[in-house]
Design a protein around this ligand. Structure first.
Ligand code: NI
Length: 133
């Protein structure tokens, strides 16, 4: 991809905020931050417009709690067309960490994530929204 340069006029105060953001998040420079913010805007937009996107559902749960293993398995089979893979880590005697990679229409990914994240027994969970292309 060709790199283009452009000049930006910006308030001193906003520029100071941008520079603070660069420092606090360990970005290499301002260009890197701007690229990252634009990419985030693109991702947000794709999810809002129900486009084809990708992401990951990250969940932490106690595998002894109720019927969580059965339910998680059922949900993943019901939505198998959206699920690329899932990885399960046994963190300790009780706790499991699972990362479910998903790809498909944004609304459907949100739907399967909501179903999983609201299950009884989930300690913590999050849908990480990214893009498919
Ligand atoms: Ni486990």
């Amino acid at each position: 991809m060709a790199i283009k340069r452009f000049g930006v006029s910006i308030d001193e105060e906003v520029l100071a905020t941008l520079d603070r953001y660069v420092r606090e998040n360990n970005f290499a420079n301002r260009s890197q931050v701007i690229r990252s913010l634009v990419e985030q805007y693109i991702v947000d937009n794709k999810w809002q417009k129900n486009e084809e996107v990708a992401g990951a559902i990250v969940i932490l749960y106690d595998h002894h709690k109720s019927d969580i293993l059965v339910k998680l398995n059922e949900i993943q089979h019901d939505y198998h067309e959206l699920i690329l893979s899932s990885q399960h880590f046994h963190l300790d005697h009780d706790t499991c960490l699972e990362i479910i990679a998903v790809k498909g229409r944004a609304r459907l990914l949100q739907e399967v994530a909501d179903l999983i994240l609201s299950r009884k027994g989930i300690i913590h969970g999050k849908l990480v929204m990214s893009k498919a292309e």
